[in-house]
Design a protein around this ligand. Sequence first.
Ligand code: NAD
Length: 308
Amino acid sequence: MDIARIAVHESVAKACPLEAMVAALQGPDVRVETVGDDASFDASDCVVTFSPREAFLDAAWVHGIRAGYDEFDVDAYEAAGTVLTNSTGIHGDTVPETVVGYLTAFARRLHVYRDRQRDNDWTQEPYDAPFTLTGEQVCVVGLGTIGQGVADRTDALGMDVVGVRRSGDPAENVERVYTPDELDAAVADARFVVLCCPLTEETEGMVDAALLAQMRADSYLVNVARGPVVVEDALLNALDTGTIAGAALDAHWAEPLPDDHPLWNHESAIVTPHVAAATSRYHEDIAALVRENVERATRGESLRNRVA
Ligand code: NAD
């Protein structure tokens, strides 16, 4: 594959400044420029993008700047012979650190005190509300880049880590690994269930009313994966009825989350606007991945993170 141009689509601005991305991608061998929806592409183009567009199928290669590529039509890429790569592998610190933040907030009640601070409210939580993460069980669903990062950090905090992975093979810092068909058992004893899997046909709606009913009444669900992995009504109902104690959601069913969505004002929910992976060096991490693949393409090698 001979890449003459890296076209940075304007949708990249959803995750980082376009100018920063263009600067980070610069190299002696290829032209780097920003493009909008009116651009056309040919077989010497690599497109770097946040969102899919049909016109990208004319390029040689499209790089999605997120780990999840559920919005891209993989079959169409394969039919068109256009290579598709994703950004798995760069979120091993950012998202897990955010997850540790949610867990700590729930255990130490920080989200509640931050809310009360707005009203100069000195009210302390009931004696039995705060707890420590140490000794609590966390169930990490999906043990890829993010899941392993969550497992490593929660293990270091003294938590009892169990996980779910398709192969069921052991994973570092995970005491017990379950397979997806054992999900009920995997979540049953956990104080926290952390979703770190991709959105696929298999995972869509995976967290439904039946699974939530298997979780402990004092447990928390964390979704840093994709909104539709969780059945929206089932979660809202579980929060309203006390089936589970709370939820931290970075990934939502519709983004932005609509103004009138009940989660905004739910006292046992932490809502973040899909920023678990945000970092001021996101452009550098993406550029390193793309530059490495440009070199691989030049050498005729297969590309890293190829999904089509
Ligand atoms: P990854 O590909 O490294 O890991 C995903 C893991 O999930 C893989 O090991 C895969 O085998 C496993 N998996 C697939 N189906 C499963 C199932 N049914 N049960 C258990 N495990 C299953 O990807 P990653 O970088 O760790 O990212 C994971 C997902 O997190 C992405 O697909 C994306 O949807 C989401 N994500 C969200 C953010 C955010 O900002 N909130 C950022 C990055 C990624």
